[in-house]
Design a protein around this ligand. Structure first.
Ligand SMILES: [Cu+2]
Length: 221
């Protein structure tokens, strides 16, 4: 399904589909409710000599307009379950993934990559330049997110990835990119006066190019 922003992760298709279904449902509800509202405004407008009627309520209508939206929301909850599970609950194993630590603070992103030993939190960790992130294409990436001050949100539109970074509470998000290119990482949580410049530069590239970049960054230390 085409959108304004290309979808370049394995989860993008299902997420866009969900978005479309929700948009159509809420769109129908919007025009229906606003249409009825306008109709009533006109139909029952002030007229000379017409007296207002006191209506206490209508149980049947009230039950109806509670149950129908309730059923629609329940339907959506069931409909989105698989996609949600895939995107947010079923993480790939760390053995086959690239695990990257990303720390957010006012107002920058810092990414840390595992060094030679393939493990984070060790001597040979590689600290990327501020606001620079590289991800290999075609294999799962697990981002371990944390914030050192306030709420931020890790948002990469082309990957359909958005995850809050909460101070004191590490969170994780995973994705798998399917195409190369340079894209934007944005903070999607108003986090202070410098929020607008909390922008990262994401490079999606082949495993070889990714490794070459890592080596280059490591050599600069
Ligand atoms: Cu922020």
């Amino acid at each position: 399904m085409g959108g304004l922003v290309p979808g370049l992760s394995t989860i993008a298709g299902p997420i866009d589909q969900l978005f479309m279904v929700v948009l159509i449902l809420t769109g129908i509800a919007f025009f229906l409710v606003e249409g009825i509202l306008i109709y009533f405004l006109v139909r029952y407008r002030y007229r000379e000599g017409r007296k207002a009627k006191f209506v206490h309520g209508n149980r049947r209508v009230e039950i109806l307009w509670t149950v129908i939206p309730g059923l629609m929301l329940f339907g959506l909850a069931v409909f989105q379950y698989d996609t949600w599970t895939k995107a947010k609950i079923d993480f790939p194993s760390e053995a086959v993934s690239e695990v990257i630590a990303v720390s957010a603070n006012q107002f920058e992103w810092k990414a840390t990559y595992a060094g030679e030993d393939g493990k984070l939190g060790t001597e040979d960790d590689i600290q990327a330049p501020i606001n620079v992130l590289h991800f290999p294409v075609g294999r799962p990436i697990i981002v371990e997110l944390q914030s050192t001050d306030v709420l931020h949100s890790f948002f990469i539109p082309v990957l359909r990835v958005k995850q809050d970074a909460v101070p004191g509470r590490p969170s994780r998000v995973w994705f798998q990119a399917i195409a190369e290119g340079e894209y934007e990482l944005a903070c999607a949580e108003l986090c202070g006066l410098g929020h607008y410049r909390m922008r990262g530069f994401v490079t999606l590239e082949s495993q070889e190019k990714f490794e070459a970049w890592l080596e280059e960054v490591a050599a600069r230390r």
